[in-house]
Write a protein that binds this ligand. Structure first.
Ligand SMILES: [Zn+2]
Ligand SMILES: [Zn+2]
Length: 150
């Protein structure tokens, strides 16, 4: 993510925090910056590793709690990957994912046709949909190339 985008995202985050009454503490800011810098759907462990490089005393639990509060106010989102560790997404606007079944890589894609998918009525399940993301699963370019050279 370029510097301009990062600064814009931090500005948006300040606004969202204010709106939700969530103090953007130095620790939450460090976690947010790590997610923005990693910019590739990091796991909590990867974020912890990055934050700990600057602040060696920070615990995994603290980072995890900060990630959860940032996700609760919509600054970052959770890219769910059932059965695997939660991955955090620096993008909160509608987009979709290409998920590699081999390396667990997640690639962002935008596609108007996917955005326009009709969301079914789930009230019968007592479930309220907040947003949705389409996961297209398969093998990424890098993994396919590795396969070919074997
Ligand atoms: Zn892959
Ligand atoms: Zn994403």
């Amino acid at each position: 993510m370029d510097r301009q985008t990062k600064l814009r995202r931090i500005e948006d985050s300040r606004r969202l925090c204010r709106e939700h009454g969530l103090p953007l503490t130095a620790q939450r800011m460090a976690v947010l910056e790590a997610v923005l810098d990693l910019d590739n759907h990091p796991s909590a462990d990867q974020v912890h590793e990055a934050v700990a490089r600057l602040d060696p005393g920070v615990s995994r639990a603290t980072v995890y709690r900060a990630l959860e509060s940032l996700a609760r106010v919509g600054i970052i989102t959770k890219a769910c990957h059932p059965g695997k560790a939660i991955r955090y997404d620096s993008r909160s606007e509608t987009h979709h994912h290409l998920v590699c079944l081999r390396c667990d890589g997640i690639i962002d894609i935008t596609d108007e046709r996917l955005d326009a998918l009709p969301v079914p009525d789930t009230s019968g399940y007592g479930f309220e949909v907040s947003d949705f993301r389409v996961q297209l699963r398969g093998i990424c370019r890098r993994c396919r190339e590795l396969e070919e050279t074997v």
